[in-house]
Design a protein around this ligand. Structure first.
Ligand SMILES: [Zn+2]
Length: 250
C-alpha cells in the first residue's frame, strides 16, 4: 500500500489496546478518516503531542483496502491548540467544534471549506479568547456548508422580509417564519440575533469580531444553528451541554 502524505486536523483520539491510539482526523485532501497510531501512548512515542484535540499536523499514513482504519505512520506538528485548553470555556469550544465537525462530515467526504473554518475558528479563539461570536460564526457556517440554512432575511413561507421584526424557528424547518406564518409553539430569534447572523454570513470572522457583536445576540444565533445541527445529527451535542453547565455555574 502506498504511503499518503497530507495536512490534517485531529478531531479526537482514544486509547486503544496496550499503548496505541485510535485517531479521528480531518484530512485536507481525503476528508474525515480514522486510523491507528501504534505505540502512541508509550513513553517517548514518536507521535509526541501531535494527536491532541485540534492539532494541525502533517500526517503520513497507509491505507488498507480491506479495512476502514488507516495505519498512521508519522505525524509532524504544524500548530498546536493544546495551550488553549487551560481556559475552561476555550476547551469546551474546541471540543464542541471538533464534535460538530466529526458528526456532520461523512467518512471520506472531501471537506476543505470545513477544514479551513475549523482552523480559522481555533486560531480566533487563540487571538480573541472564547467569544460567543466565534462559536456563532463557526456553527452558522457549518450549517450553511451542510446545506441546511434557510434565509435569515425573510420568511420561508410567505417571503416577507423580517426587517425590524424577529423570525421564528421551528425544529426541522430549514427556514424561519414571520409573525403571521409562525406556528404557536415556535422559538423566536430576536432581531439582534438575526443581525449578528447576517454579519457572520456576509463577511469574515475578523470583521464580525471587529463589529463587537452583542453577546446575547451571538449566543442566541449560535443556539439556533446548534439546534439545526442537532436536528440533522439526530442527537444532542455532548460538549454543548457542558457549555451550558459551565456558564450557569459562574
Ligand atoms: Zn410569512
Amino acid at each position: 500500500m502506498p504511503l499518503k502524505e497530507s495536512e490534517a486536523i485531529v478531531l479526537r483520539s482514544f486509547p486503544l489496546g496496550e499503548g496505541d491510539r485510535l485517531v479521528s482526523f480531518l484530512d485536507r485532501q481525503s476528508g474525515r478518516l480514522r486510523g491507528v497510531a501504534r505505540g502512541a501512548r508509550m513513553p517517548k512515542s514518536r507521535f509526541g503531542s501531535t494527536l491532541e484535540l485540534l492539532s494541525y499536523i502533517r500526517i503520513w499514513y497507509f491505507e488498507r483496502e480491506s479495512r476502514d482504519l488507516v495505519r498512521i505512520n508519522q505525524c509532524e506538528l504544524i500548530e498546536s491548540f493544546l495551550d488553549l485548553q487551560s481556559d475552561y470555556q476555550a476547551g469546551i469550544y474546541l471540543a464542541l467544534m471538533s464534535e460538530i465537525t466529526e458528526a456532520v462530515l461523512g467518512e471520506r467526504e472531501v471537506a476543505d471549506p470545513q477544514f479551513r473554518l475549523l482552523l480559522l475558528a481555533a486560531r480566533a479563539i487563540r487571538t480573541s479568547g472564547p467569544s460567543p461570536a466565534i462559536l456563532a460564526y463557526f456553527s452558522l457556517w457549518t450549517v450553511r456548508l451542510g446545506g441546511w440554512l434557510g434565509s435569515l432575511d425573510r420568511c420561508a413561507q410567505c417571503g416577507k422580509a423580517f426587517g425590524e421584526e424577529a423570525g421564528y424557528a421551528s425544529p426541522g424547518s430549514s427556514g424561519l417564519a414571520c409573525t403571521e406564518c409562525r406556528e404557536k409553539w415556535v422559538k423566536p430569534i430576536s432581531k439582534v440575533a438575526l443581525s449578528v447572523g447576517r454579519v457572520a454570513l456576509s463577511g469574515t470572522l475578523e470583521r464580525l469580531l471587529k463589529a463587537n457583536p452583542s453577546l446575547s445576540g451571538s449566543e442566541e444565533i449560535s443556539s439556533y444553528a446548534l439546534d439545526i445541527l442537532e436536528h440533522h445529527m439526530e442527537r444532542k451535542l455532548i460538549a454543548r451541554q457542558l457549555l451550558v453547565t459551565g456558564k450557569s455555574g459562574r
